[in-house]
Design a protein around this ligand. Structure first.
Ligand SMILES: [Zn+2]
Length: 235
């Protein structure tokens, strides 16, 4: 009975060293004599089609695939499964990527995944939430914020810039590009013009219940009221 594998997810904004960490882990496995295979979505064609690029010149070879199913067929029909499967830019894969990873882990394969956990709006990106949920280990990397340049390395968010200006909330979720479209920023410096503010989001949460439940319709008042079981008085 073979041992199960495990899933490591490396996430964070661009320029946080995700691909470099992915390549490092693959490199270690290869030094240890393990058979590895690296994949990336074909959408990421910034660089040559057979490379994972790490933004600082370190390269590892990757097989571009269109779907999780294509990746799985390549692996399933090979004479044997690799010891380690690495996947870069995982946020661009379809939802099948999580099942594919679980299938591999079930067969004893070590799986290492790198990807953006949040899109330019600061929201969970693609299949990354599921991958993070089933991961055995998570590395959440940070970058230097290109706005405030805080030396504590505080950037957790991808800032999309179009003609040097922050992209608006309704801009498409996927727009592949390198340094010309994106920079890493901290939460204080991250800008998304047109993003619904959290007051209205919270108000939406209570909108259904508000019908007859006595929950205040104006959720902007909630901050001061929701502090504990005794503080409500809303019923
Ligand atoms: Zn900042």
């Amino acid at each position: 009975m073979p041992n199960k594998g495990k899933l490591t997810v490396i996430c964070g904004p661009m320029f946080s060293g995700k691909s470099r960490e992915l390549i490092r882990l693959v490199h270690i496995a290869e030094i240890a004599g393990q058979h590895t295979k690296t994949f990336k979505p074909r959408i990421d064609d910034r660089y040559s089609h057979s490379d994972v690029f790490s933004h600082d010149g370190i390269r590892g070879t990757a097989h571009p695939v269109d779907t999780a199913r294509e990746m799985l067929s390549m692996l399933a029909f090979a004479p044997r499964l690799p010891d380690v499967v690495a996947i870069d830019e995982a946020q661009f894969f379809d939802r099948g990527i999580t099942d594919a990873c679980l299938w591999l882990i079930d067969r004893g394969v070590t799986v290492v995944v790198a990807g953006l956990d949040r899109n330019f709006r600061g929201e969970p990106f693609g299949s990354m939430p599921e991958l993070l949920a089933v991961a055995d280990e998570v590395s959440k990397l940070k970058a230097v914020c290109m706005q405030c340049k805080d030396p504590r390395v505080t950037a957790t968010l991808p800032q999309r810039l179009i003609d040097g200006r922050p992209a608006t909330y309704d801009s498409a979720e996927v727009m592949v590009g390198g340094a010309e479209y994106y920079e890493a920023r901290c939460a204080d410096c991250h800008e998304i013009p047109g993003k619904p503010d959290f007051g209205s989001v919270v108000q939406g949460l209570f909108a259904d219940q508000a019908n007859g439940s006595g929950v205040p319709a104006d959720a902007s008042d909630m901050a001061g009221q929701v502090t504990g079981p005794d503080s409500g008085g809303s019923a």
